[in-house]
Ligand binder design. Structure first.
Ligand code: AMP
Ligand code: MN
Ligand code: MN
Ligand code: MN
Length: 289
């Protein structure tokens, strides 16, 4: 593969990482599903932050097509070595009481984190109307993006990127993560409920390769099976190293767009770099499961 090839996002038949209004996406779960249909996807895994409520909603009330298979999923927030790390889970039994307990724990963690966020951000001099932010989120799993949107709407930030850069991003005052479970716990929550655990967007953690290898080792030791390798905007050198790492250890190769909203051109639903030619693919394991 040339560097250019590995940078280009192409149309896939699978989407294994995307968000709806059940977390911080801007389309409803049905909206995401309909867009996936329009893009002629064949498999859709909805992976809202810390909840599979969108999947349950679609199963109960949604309009589904025979040509697009819907899979359960969620992107779990975790802590690893005091850093935020995300684990995507695919195919869990999300109707079971055991899984609902997992989600309830996350609901509580998000609530206490939201309160803490309001506190630390107000201390920075920001004006935050809790009721307005909650109303805007409308029952979604509350996160930093909802606060960012509020700061933009009230003219306290120019745009969402600036809000993250100044207050909400990694290492900033609003990077409150003490409520999340450890990585090992989240992997167990996924695997014990019949799902596949996938390390999300490894290029987004600002880790040296050495540190990232440590994360990969801890992740697989905990029972994690796959790593996102085909991600938009992942540096090609890192992709190559990840592919080598996965091939040597029989770790499954995954990926996805991390779609949140149609307006973002580099994370369109179903578009991400092509699968590397080498290495076991998560999609094959899912199809055979
Ligand atoms: P939270 O779930 O509250 O921890 O928020 C994390 C979410 O914020 C991520 O899933 C992204 O959707 C979004 N996010 C993270 N960093 C940025 C950034 N620099 N600019 C805009 N959105 C971001
Ligand atoms: Mn998000
Ligand atoms: Mn993420
Ligand atoms: Mn995501």
């Amino acid at each position: 593969l040339t560097i250019k090839d590995t940078m280009t996002n192409i149309a896939h038949t699978w989407e294994m990482h995307c968000h709806s209004t059940f977390s911080d996406g801007t389309l409803s779960a049905q909206g995401v599903y309909d867009l996936a249909l329009e893009r002629q996807l064949e498999h859709l895994v909805l992976t809202d932050h810390d909840t599979a409520a969108g999947y349950r909603w679609l199963r109960e009330h949604g309009t589904l097509s025979d040509t697009l298979r819907l899979w359960s999923g969620a992107e779990l927030s975790t802590v690893w070595m005091k850093r935020s790390v995300h684990i995507v889970g695919i195919g869990m039994d999300v109707m079971s009481p055991a899984w609902q307990t997992v989600e309830a724990r996350y609901d509580q963690a998000r609530e206490s984190r939201f309160e803490r966020l309001l506190f630390v951000l107000r201390r920075e001099g920001l004006t935050l109307d809790e009721a307005a932010i909650r109303a805007q989120a409308d029952g979604a799993t509350l996160g930093r993006p909802h606060i960012a949107r509020y700061l933009v709407d009230t003219g306290q930030a120019k745009d969402s990127a600036q809000a993250f850069k100044r207050w909400l991003g990694n290492g900033k005052v609003g990077d409150v993560k003490q409520s999340w479970p450890e990585l090992e716990q989240a992997v167990a929550d996924i695997v014990d409920n019949g799902g596949w655990a996938v390390l999300a967007h490894p290029h987004r953690y600002k880790l040296t390769w050495r540190k990232l290898e440590q994360l990969l080792d801890d992740f697989t030791a905990a029972g994690g099976q796959a790593v996102e390798v085909s991600c938009p905007a992942m540096p090609p050198a890192m992709r190559q190293r990840l592919v080598d790492h996965c091939c040597e250890r029989d770790i499954l190769i995954g990926g996805g767009s991390d779609f949140h909203q149609p307006e973002v051109p580099w994370a369109r639903l179903g578009f991400y770099p092509q699968w590397p030619s080498l290495g076991p693919k998560l999609v094959d394991s899912l199809l055979n499961s």
